[in-house]
Design a protein around this ligand. Structure first.
Ligand SMILES: C[S@@+](CC[C@H](N)C(=O)[O-])C[C@H]1O[C@@H](n2cnc3c(N)ncnc32)[C@H](O)[C@@H]1O
Length: 185
C-alpha cells in the first residue's frame, strides 16, 4: 500500500478524517472531478460545491459524477475567488488543488492574486471550525510566486485561532509539491 506517495494521497487521508455525512464541502479547483467525486461520497447527504474556470473541466466533473451515479452536487463555471456568491452556509472543508489541469492547456493555471482572494473567502466559510486543504504544485510558471504569497499570508494567521501545517517529501527535489492543511481552532 502507498499511503503518502503524493500530495493527493495525503489530502485524501485528511478528507476521510474531516468529512462526515451531511457536511457542506467545496472543491475550489475541480478539474477532471477526481477530488469532487471523493468529496461527494464522503459528504453523502450533505452538499458539495465545485468550481472551475474551464468549461471543459466543469463538463468533465459533471460527467464523472453522473457516471458514478452522483447527483446533487453543484458544479459551477466560475472562479473560486467568487465562491461566496454561491455558498452562504458554513463549510466543513474547502479543497484547493493549485496548478494546471493535467492533459489540458498548461497555460491555464491557478494564479497568485485569485488564489489568495479565494483562500481568504474560504477562511470566512470555515470560520466556525472548518478546514482548508491545499495541494500546491511548484514546477510551472508563476507557481513559486503563488506559493510564496500564500505562505506569507498563512504565516501571519494567529496561532491561537488556526493550526497551519505544511508537508512535503523530504527526499524529493525542492520543487516537489507541497501539502498545506489549515484548521480553524
Ligand atoms: C490541478 S487542476 C485540479 C485537478 C482536480 N483536483 C482533479 O481532481 O482533476 C487545477 C484546476 O484549477 C482550475 N482553475 C484555475 N484558476 C481557477 C480559478 N480562479 N477558480 C477555479 N478554478 C481555477 C484550472 O482550470 C484547473 O482545472
Amino acid at each position: 500500500m502507498k499511503l503518502i506517495n503524493n500530495v493527493n494521497d495525503i489530502a485524501h487521508l485528511y478528507f476521510e478524517k474531516i468529512i462526515s455525512d451531511g457536511d457542506t464541502v467545496i472543491d475550489a479547483t475541480c478539474g477532471n472531478g477526481h477530488d469532487t467525486l471523493i468529496l461527494c461520497r464522503l459528504a453523502g447527504s450533505g452538499k458539495v460545491y465545485a468550481f472551475d474556470i474551464q468549461p471543459s473541466a466543469v463538463e468533465a466533473t459533471k460527467a464523472l459524477l453522473a457516471k458514478n451515479g452522483i447527483s446533487g452536487a453543484e458544479v459551477i463555471l466560475d472562479g473560486h475567488e467568487n465562491m461566496r456568491k454561491y455558498v452562504t452556509e458554513d463549510a466543513k472543508l474547502v479543497v484547493f488543488n493549485l496548478g494546471y489541469l493535467p492533459g489540458s492547456d498548461k497555460k491555464i493555471t491557478t494564479a497568485e492574486e485569485t488564489t489568495l482572494r479565494a483562500v481568504k473567502e474560504a477562511l470566512e466559510l470555515t470560520k466556525n471550525g472548518g478546514y482548508i486543504s491545499i495541494c500546491a504544485y511548484l514546477g510551472h510558471d508563476g507557481a513559486m510566486e503563488e506559493y510564496s504569497s500564500l505562505k506569507k499570508f498563512l504565516s501571519l494567521l494567529p496561532n491561537k485561532g488556526y493550526n497551519v501545517l505544511e508537508m512535503k517529501h523530504t527526499n524529493r527535489k525542492e520543487t516537489s509539491p507541497v501539502y498545506i492543511l489549515i484548521e480553524k481552532i
